[in-house]
Design a protein around this ligand. Structure first.
Ligand code: PLP
Length: 393
């Protein structure tokens, strides 16, 4: 008799499992469903940017290991972007670090700044890599829950979440999956708490250009006392609709950027050489490039949200990101996971249950996320399938 085999996954990573996106995308493929689960656009970004990448490859720029911190052209372009949009002055030599997407930026920042047992406050529902990277650092995540209908920050809950062990507040605005955009007043409160307790804020701003109805994106690094205690994260994937390129960045004080570089260099060391040249060119394009994308997304948002409301969902219209959130209870469902597992068979559409993004699972149980970064015909087709399928429980 052999003894029970020892589990191979390290115990502190148990529970991470496979991401919901893998499960739901597999279901989409198996059932021929329209995938409004994973948030990637079905239209590539600007042709000129794609051509810049092709040129870089053919001209031999970036085909070999680029510098560990990123190519100088891109670091300069990122610094110029932060200056032009937000008035943030950065030294491209010491205050900008290019990463393998925002995903690596998040991992490198958490691994650099969080020690065993440190507490990280994060806004729940979380982007799924937050819980994973905090677990890898063996930190403790402490949720502050955003609640429907507007998913605004509960300032008192945030204050109550701070303890002597708190080291980091991990923010995301515009916020995936709720579509909330943190107000300047809420950010000022977070900044005040961070200064008072000497905390670092990691601010995931990958949707900075995808805001609607005139909602203003405010980087928390611009608020008093925050320049030296904020790690700001951006990504070309979301801004320019090239999510496969995985070009992201970190900006902040020289001390914080050096800390993140310490871990980043042993995660990927470098990545995406030729794409870095293309993103440097993209960042120098006129802002119409982002505003066009934003305007198109806003009309796709309106199409999807109006259609879902007509079908009987309670719809929480987002002010930013690619995602709309609905409550499925008006259709007779109690549990968004049951709903999402049944939906491909019943209607040929895939969506994502919110509950996997919570520690307080009950709060997210009836909520479901739909991506609208898809062509209008695709969204209309999805709505028609929902109308014609067996949607009600
Ligand atoms: C998509 C996304 C990321 C990951 O960005 P990449 O640049 O593709 O790695 C990070 N944070 C949030 C909130 C996202 O939605």
């Amino acid at each position: 008799m052999t003894p029970n085999p020892r589990p191979r996954l390290a115990p502190h990573l148990a529970g991470l499992g496979t991401t919901i996106f893998a499960e739901m995308s597999a279901l989409a493929t198996a059932t021929g469903s329209i995938n409004l689960g994973q948030g990637f656009p079905d239209t590539d970004g600007p042709r000129v940017v794609a051509e810049a990448a092709a040129r870089a490859v053919l001209e031999g720029r970036g085909n070999q290991y680029p510098p560990g911190v990123g190519i100088p052209e891109l670091r300069q372009a990122i610094a110029a972007h932060q200056q032009a949009h937000y008035g943030i002055a950065l030294d491209p030599g010491t205050q900008v670090l290019v990463t393998a997407g925002a995903t690596e930026a998040i991992a490198a920042a958490v691994l650099a700044l969080v020690a065993i047992g440190d507490e990280v406050i994060a806004l729940e529902p979380y982007y799924d890599s937050y819980a994973a990277t905090i677990a890898m650092a063996r930190g403790t995540r402490v949720p502050v829950t955003l609640r429907a209908p507007d998913f605004a920050l509960d300032v008192d809950a945030l204050r109550a979440a701070v303890t002597a062990r708190t080291r980091v507040i991990l923010l995301n605005t515009p916020h995936n999956p709720t579509g909330a955009v943190l107000s300047r007043a809420d950010l000022a409160t977070i900044a005040e708490i961070a200064v008072q307790h000497d905390l670092v804020v990691i601010s995931d701003e990958v949707y900075e250009h995808l805001t609607f109805d005139g909602a203003e994106h405010v980087p928390i690094a611009t608020l008093p006392g925050m320049a030296d205690r904020t790690v700001t994260i951006g990504s070309a994937g979301k801004t320019f609709s090239f999510t496969g390129w995985k070009v992201g960045w970190v900006t902040g004080s020289p001390e914080l950027v050096a800390a993140v570089r310490t871990t980043k260099q042993f995660l990927t060391y470098v990545s995406a050489g030729p794409f870095q040249y293309a993103v440097a060119e993209a960042l120098a394009l006129p802002p119409a490039v982002y505003t066009d994308l934003r305007d198109r997304l806003q009309s796709q948002r309106d199409l999807l949200c109006a259609g879902l409301a007509d079908l009987g969902f309670e719809v929480y219209v987002p002010r930013g990101t690619y995602f709309a959130t609905t409550d499925v209870r008006p259709l007779g469902w109690e549990d968004g996971m049951d709903f999402c597992r049944a939906l491909p068979q019943r209607c040929g559409v895939v969506a994502i249950p919110h509950q996997v993004f919570y520690d307080n699972v009950d709060v997210g149980r009836p909520l479901v996320r739909w991506a609208f970064c898809k062509q209008p015909e695709v969204l209309s087709d999805a709505l028609a399938r929902l109308r014609d399928g067996r949607l009600a429980r």
